[in-house]
Design a protein around this ligand. Structure first.
Ligand SMILES: [Zn+2]
Length: 239
């Protein structure tokens, strides 16, 4: 299956928090969108790898994802090394996305910047014909390089290079986030409170989106960081 947009994420729920609005919006416009999580989030204080897997599949249904997979890298300890890069290269060549969204360039959780670099390096390597990978049938995969690559913004404030209007998609984004029942505020949970389960976390997330939206004259926005200058075909596309 070929995807239009592929979101790469260090942990299940990074994609929802960072760019759930972008995902929902592009799905509604008919694009095929998928998410590949690098780890199972097994070091998370709340929940288990099993509950997070169920939750991530529930969220995938809410967002209308075409695929959601997990590479099973080690939460907290994965490196941007050859074996990890080849796993991501394999996924990029399998789904041939035009656009890739990856973790924040810097953030509170060190896996996020690591995931950002792993995604960027793998997108580059996937385009090199001499980097050999094989598909599930043992057949050699051809090179593929996405034409655009952006980093979503996570917990820490990062000044965006572009802002996507996600007005009209905030509700579905919140629904997809709350599908991770063990992770976010849930009055009936008896697990210890964490940075993200504190009710103020989701208020901060919404405040950020309102502020980014305000910057481009809409209700809600999601910010993205570029690695190279974004090009446009005409100046009337810009809000
Ligand atoms: Zn994360």
């Amino acid at each position: 299956m070929k995807l239009d947009l592929l979101v790469l994420a260090s942990h299940p729920d990074d994609a929802e928090l960072g760019c759930g609005g972008a995902i929902a919006k592009h799905v509604s416009q008919g694009y095929k969108v998928g998410v590949i999580d690098f780890t199972r989030g097994e070091l998370g204080t709340r929940g288990t790898p099993e509950t997070r897997e169920t939750e991530s599949l529930d969220s995938a249904k809410i967002l209308g994802l075409s695929i959601r997979e997990n590479l099973g890298l080690r939460d907290g300890f994965f490196q941007n090394g050859e074996s990890e890069q080849l796993k991501v290269v394999n996924a990029i060549r399998r789904y041939k996305p035009e656009v890739v969204l990856a973790n924040a360039i810097r953030d509170r959780h060190p896996d996020h910047a690591k995931g950002a670099d792993l995604a960027y390096d793998a997108c580059f390597l996937a385009g090199l014909a001499k980097v050999k990978t094989t598909d599930e049938n043992g057949l050699e995969q051809g090179p593929w390089r996405p034409r655009a690559f952006y980093h979503y913004i996570q917990s820490e404030f990062v000044e965006p290079d572009l802002i996507l209007d996600v007005s009209g998609f905030w509700e579905i984004k919140m629904k997809s986030i709350l599908a991770f029942k063990t992770q976010f505020h849930n009055p009936s949970s008896e697990e210890p409170e964490t940075y993200i389960s504190n009710p103020s976390f989701l208020r901060k997330l919404e405040a950020r989106a309102i502020d980014f939206g305000h910057a481009i004259g809409v209700s809600y926005g999601e910010g993205f960081k570029v690695r190279r200058f974004p090009g446009v075909q005409n100046l009337f596309d810009l809000l």
